[in-house]
Design a protein around this ligand. Structure first.
Ligand SMILES: Cc1cc2nc3c(=O)[nH]c(=O)nc-3n(C[C@H](O)[C@H](O)[C@H](O)COP(=O)(O)O)c2cc1C
Length: 200
């Protein structure tokens, strides 16, 4: 059984801190995580992606509608992401339920992206996952793009955020004899976090 953590122990603040410490240790993509989904066939699928956080520290990510993860999430909204902090030998695993990112948030996320990436995305976003050996040259299509077209978000830019997080596990391999493993889970009412230290 878990105990209620002190108010100062917010797992999302702890996660933000670990991401920041990993970045300061020289890892530029410290907000990268592996997303696990399960589709209609019950087979798990994982892939790496960039994770961002809103003001309430809710994790979200962006993707393209033609990818396999979108098919999976359309059928089963349960998902898990794991941050593998290799420099600091730490990991954080989150389990919960996904929902689509609201349009307004998506538009501001699009405009916050690097201009060069937005232009590339206009070319590859709606083709992601399709065979690349067709006669469509992505470089050619990129050159054909009209100036400023990246200022409008394309329908191929979509994303998901956690509508509910049921469990967050922090694991840290330090210099001691034993690693530390701390698990946050929701209490019966789903309002508060319960916290337990578990044997590593
Ligand atoms: C550094 C890095 C960052 C990535 N970021 C994203 C991302 O933010 N969103 C995304 O959909 N795919 C991203 N990818 C590609 C995915 O790992 C994956 O190959 C792709 O989304 C197709 O996955 P799926 O077919 O399982 O859906 C990234 C890959 C790498 C190596």
């Amino acid at each position: 059984m878990g105990i209620k953590p002190p108010d100062s122990m917010n797992p999302f603040i702890q996660l933000a801190q670990w991401i920041s410490e990993e970045r300061l240790a020289g890892i530029p993509f410290s907000h990268g995580a592996v997303l696990g989904t399960v589709g209609h066939d019950g087979i798990p699928r994982t892939r790496m992606l960039g994770v961002h956080f809103d003001e309430e520290s809710i994790p979200r990510f962006h993707t393209s509608p033609t990818s396999r993860k979108v098919t999976d999430i359309g059928i089963n909204q349960n998902a898990s992401i794991t941050f593998a902090f290799q420099r600091s030998l730490r990991s954080v695993s989150i389990e919960g339920v996904l929902e689509v990112i609201p349009h307004g948030q998506l538009v501001s996320d699009w405009l916050a992206l690097d201009q060069k990436f937005r232009r590339s995305y206009l070319v590859f976003g709606h083709r992601s996952g399709q065979p690349a050996d067709s006669d469509v040259s992505l470089e050619h299509l990129l050159k054909e793009l009209s100036p400023g077209s990246e200022n409008e978000m394309p329908p191929s830019f979509i994303g998901y955020r956690f509508s509910h997080v049921s469990r967050i596990a922090f694991y840290s391999v330090g210099s001691g004899n034993f690693a530390e493993h701390v698990v946050f889970s929701r209490d019966g009412g789903g309002e508060n976090w319960l916290y337990s230290r578990v044997v590593p």
